[in-house]
Design a protein around this ligand. Structure first.
Ligand SMILES: C[S@@+](CC[C@H](N)C(=O)[O-])C[C@H]1O[C@@H](n2cnc3c(N)ncnc32)[C@H](O)[C@@H]1O
Length: 297
C-alpha cells in the first residue's frame, strides 16, 4: 500500500519523517524520495535482523537515513535521541514482514523448529515457556483474547496434555489434531500462534504507547499513518483516533463536560482504506490490511 501511505502522509521536500516499523525498508525508500533532497528518515525496528537488512538497502542515502534498533513503544525517546526537532510524519505498518514469518529459528511459522517468537532483544519470556508452563485457564484466555479463536479452550487443553513442546511445528500439529482443517483458508494453528506472538511481544501495549507519543510528536499538522493486519490492533487505532478527534469524552448522558478533553487530531479519511484487488492478487497476505490516518492539531 505504498501509494496510499504516501498520499496519507502528504510529505514535502525537506521534511523529516519516522518509519516506526522499518522492516525491509520498502516504505522508507518511497518516503526518502518524497522528502528529497534534504529530508531525513528515522527508521525504527525492534528486530536487529530487520535493521541490518534495511541498512544495506538504504545505504546509498548517507546521513539522510538514521536507523535505530528499538521498540516503537519508546518512540518519543528514540526521536529525541536522534535530535530531530520537527517530525512531519509517522508511519506504523504493524505485524511482521513475510521473511520474518518464514525465518528459521524464530518460531513464528507453524513449520518452524524453534518456539521462541521474541522480536526484540532484552525480552525474556518465550513462546516455549508460555506453552509449556501456563495453566489451561491462562492459555484459554490468551488464545481467545489475542487470537479471537473460537476453539480456545479445546486448544488450550490439547496444549497442556501434549507437553512438553520444543518446536512451533509440534504445537501446530497438536492443534491440527483437535481442530482439523474444515475447508478453511488458514491453518488451524494460525490464530493461536498469532496470539502467542502478540502476547510475547506485548503488541497491543506497545501500539497504545506509540499512538499517544506519535500524536504528541506530530503537533501542528504532522500526520500519523497506520496499517493494521489484526482486528484488535485496527480497533484500537480506530477508537484512539475517534476519541482524540473529539473535544469531550464524557458519556452522552452527562449534560456538562467534566473531562476537559480537547481534540488533538483530525481524522483524514472517515473510511478505512483497504488494499486494491490487484495488490491482494499479487500478495494475498495483505488482504487484511487496514490503513488509517490522522493529522495532529
Ligand atoms: C509489516 S513489517 C514492515 C514492513 C515495512 N513497512 C516495509 O516496507 O518493508 C513490520 C515491522 O515492524 C517491526 N515491529 C513490530 N513490532 C514492533 C515494535 N513494537 N517496535 C518496533 N518494530 C516493530 C517488525 O520487526 C517488522 O520488521
Amino acid at each position: 500500500m505504498v501509494a496510499e501511505v504516501l498520499k496519507a502522509l502528504d510529505l514535502h521536500p525537506g521534511e523529516d519523517c519516522v518509519d516506526g516499523t522499518l522492516g525491509d525498508g520498502g516504505h522508507s525508500l518511497a518516503i526518502l524520495a518524497a522528502i528529497a533532497p534534504s529530508g531525513r528518515l528515522l527508521g525504527i525496528d525492534a528486530d536487529r535482523q530487520a535493521i541490518e537488512r534495511a541498512r544495506q538497502r538504504l545505504q546509498g542515502y548517507g546521513d539522510r537515513v538514521l536507523l535505530v534498533q528499538g521498540n516503537f513503544a519508546n518512540l518519543a525517546a528514540i526521536v529525541r535521541s536522534q535530535g530531530l526537532p520537527h517530525v512531519s510524519g509517522v508511519l506504523l505498518d504493524l505485524g511482521l514482514s513475510s521473511w520474518q514469518l518464514g525465518a528459521a529459528g524464530r518460531g513464528f511459522s507453524f513449520r518452524d523448529e524453534a518456539l521462541d517468537m521474541r522480536l526484540g532483544e532484552g525480552q525474556t519470556l518465550t513462546a516455549g515457556e508460555v506453552v509449556n508452563t501456563y495453566s489451561i485457564e491462562d492459555l484459554t484466555r490468551l488464545i481467545a483474547t489475542y487470537g479471537e479463536e473460537p476453539q480456545a479452550r479445546r486448544i488450550a487443553q490439547a496444549l497442556v496434555q501434549g507437553r512438553p513442546f520444543t518446536t512451533a511445528a509440534e504445537v501446530a500439529g497438536a492443534i491440527e489434531r483437535v481442530s482439523p482443517r474444515r475447508g478453511q483458508r488458514i491453518h488451524p494453528a494460525t490464530r493461536t500462534l498469532q496470539a502467542l506472538r502478540m502476547y510475547i511481544n506485548q503488541d497491543l501495549e506497545n501500539l497504545a504507547a506509540a499512538l499517544r507519543q506519535a500524536v504528541e510528536l506530530l503537533q501542528g499538522g504532522g500526520r500519523l499513518v497506520t496499517i493494521a493486519y489484526h482486528s484488535l490492533e485496527d480497533r484500537m487505532i480506530k477508537v484512539f483516533m475517534q476519541e482524540e478527534a473529539r473535544d469531550c469524552l464524557c458519556p452522552p448522558s452527562q449534560p456538562v463536560c467534566t473531562c476537559g478533553h480537547k481534540a488533538t487530531v483530525r481524522i483524514l479519511r472517515r473510511k478505512v482504506v483497504k488494499p486494491s484487488e490487484e495488490e491482494v492478487r499479487r500478495n494475498p497476505r495483505v488482504r487484511s490490511a487496514r490503513l488509517r490516518a490522522c493529522m495532529a492539531r
